[in-house]
Design a protein around this ligand. Structure first.
Ligand SMILES: [Fe+2]
Ligand SMILES: [Fe+2]
Length: 363
């Protein structure tokens, strides 16, 4: 378990179960598209699956003209290392695992491709269609998906049905739909894009003022609706433990917005390893979870493929959150339970949520 140094951990700040190892039951090995469960989850927890950085595409047929920029370096990296690390058989096993556990929704926090070429974006779109329908899967892009400047209509626009919010963006958004908002059961999924082309050897990201302004509005409106707000982003909002080469350039501004307007959970990818951390606010903490690459065959246990399941339920104090970490087991060639965390997350103080939940005895 990787915890960035200098950041408060959930266990130390909230004083709840930090880490509990659980049994390792086997998954069934059926292979079909994941389908959403019907209707309101009611008193049962809302279950969100979080996967990231599948880097699922192949560059075997990339045209040399597409490599006349930063992509040449990325292509060399893929030839030398990445194509051996990111394995389709692991993604197939992941899909089987998701079919078996049937989450209520799936979040994909970026880096579906290696270089973000049109052919890769098309391949990723086809993979998403295999995984499930657009209303069931929320996607945000990663830095590899915007590796170099490219034609929007030929690349990320192919993922729009999986990226855009419930309300189609108006003309003022242009072709860029972020931040996005999707409401599913008790949950508000707020998607940010931190992906933008960078100079060679840099994998940094940025949210930008335009998204931050909209983010404030979305966090306020969804708090007023008593929704459990989850911010999805590719880069980590935690400053500690992230190198300058891979950091989010406007971390401080983003964190200020998250603390001021509140959010119940932040999910990210990019690091290709598990992260359990928190953003400390004046009165509470905001849990932050990062997941490993969904397709990694890296021999290091910390960088081995994994995904998380978040079980979210209302309680008389606010919300309960159970996090189930799943890891790739190369010996058994399947994903197995690895660890779990149980958290109590208070509802925003300014909201009538607490009183209503206490009166109803929700939970
Ligand atoms: Fe990645
Ligand atoms: Fe990344």
């Amino acid at each position: 378990m990787y915890v960035p140094s200098g950041q408060p951990t959930l266990g130390s700040v909230i004083g709840v179960n930090g880490l509990t190892l659980v049994e390792n039951p086997e998954y069934a090995s059926t292979m079909s598209s994941v389908q959403p469960t019907a209707g309101d989850p009611g008193p049962t927890p809302f279950r969100l699956a979080h996967i990231s950085d599948p880097h699922l595409t192949s560059l075997h047929r990339v045209h040399w003209r597409e490599l006349l920029n930063k992509r040449l370096l990325g292509y060399a990296s893929w030839r030398l290392r990445r194509r051996a690390v990111h394995r389709p058989e692991i993604l197939n096993a992941l899909q089987r695992a998701l079919v078996e556990c049937r989450p209520d929704h799936i979040a994909v926090t970026g880096d579906l491709t290696h270089l973000g070429t049109p052919a890769e974006c098309l391949e990723a779109r086809q993979w998403l269609e295999q995984l499930g329908p657009p209303a069931y899967i929320t996607v945000i892009p990663g830095n590899h998906d915007r590796y170099a400047p490219s034609e929007w209509s030929e690349t990320l626009a192919l993922w729009l049905p999986y990226m855009q919010g419930d309300d189609p963006p108006g003309p003022e958004y242009g072709r860029f739909p972020f931040p996005t908002l999707r409401k599913r059961g008790p949950v508000a999924l707020v998607g940010l894009s931190t992906a933008r082309p960078t100079a060679p050897f840099l994998a940094t990201g940025k949210v930008g003022y335009a998204q931050l302004e909209q983010l404030e509005r979305l966090l306020d409106s969804t708090a007023a609706e008593d929704l459990f707000r989850i911010v999805l982003m590719h880069h980590s909002p935690l400053a500690a433990g992230v190198s300058r080469r891979r950091r989010l350039d406007d971390t401080a501004r983003l964190v200020s917005v998250l603390k001021q307007h509140g959010t119940e959970l932040v999910l990210h990818g990019h690091g290709h390893r598990p992260v359990t951390g928190a953003l400390q606010t004046d009165t509470s903490v905001i849990p932050v979870f990062g997941v490993p690459s969904a397709s990694s065959s890296d021999p290091s246990p910390e960088k081995r493929a994994g995904y998380n399941i978040y079980e979210i339920a209302a309680s008389n104090m606010g919300w309960t959150l159970r996090v189930l970490e799943q890891r790739w087991d190369p010996a058994r060639a399947c994903f197995v339970p690895h660890a779990q965390h149980s958290l109590l997350i208070p509802a925003p103080r300014a909201s009538p949520h607490n009183e209503r939940h206490a009166a109803a005895g929700a939970g």
